[in-house]
Design a protein around this ligand. Sequence first.
Ligand code: HEM
Length: 120
Amino acid sequence: MTTTLYQRLGGAEGIARLVDDAMAAHLDNPIVKPRFENTKDMEHAKRMAREFFCAGSGGPEVYTGKDMLAAHKGMNISEQEYLAVTDDIVGAMEKHGLSEDTKKDVIAILYSLKGSIIRV
Ligand code: HEM
């Protein structure tokens, strides 16, 4: 039987935990903290991240946010910031004991998005 990435991430609840932990890590990470500490509506930002990862990993949720290019256009995000955000997400997955295969699948998705995020 095949297991979707969504299932391996723990479904909507598991993804919500990962988003909470990744966002807490961003706010504690000097490289990207300035990008997130002034976010006006943190609940909205986290909801968008939850929807994005749920929909993108095979879950039934619909992503209602902007595409990655529109979301990050004009922010001049650096390679270092991109790597810092990726590190925080990997750290959250490690905290929850997710398997190597699951981590690799998420890293591959994040990597595929870099052209729509870095210096756009
Ligand atoms: C690594 C892959 C990344 C993914 C999958 C991702 C995903 C998202 C999503 C889904 C949104 C919400 C879009 C919307 O509101 O419609 C968003 C917004 C945002 N992203 Fe990213 N992002 C990534 C990398 C980054 C990086 C590297 C930075 C900066 C260091 C960044 C900074 C932001 C900021 C500041 C917002 C707007 C937050 C707000 O004020 O609501 N993102 N991102």
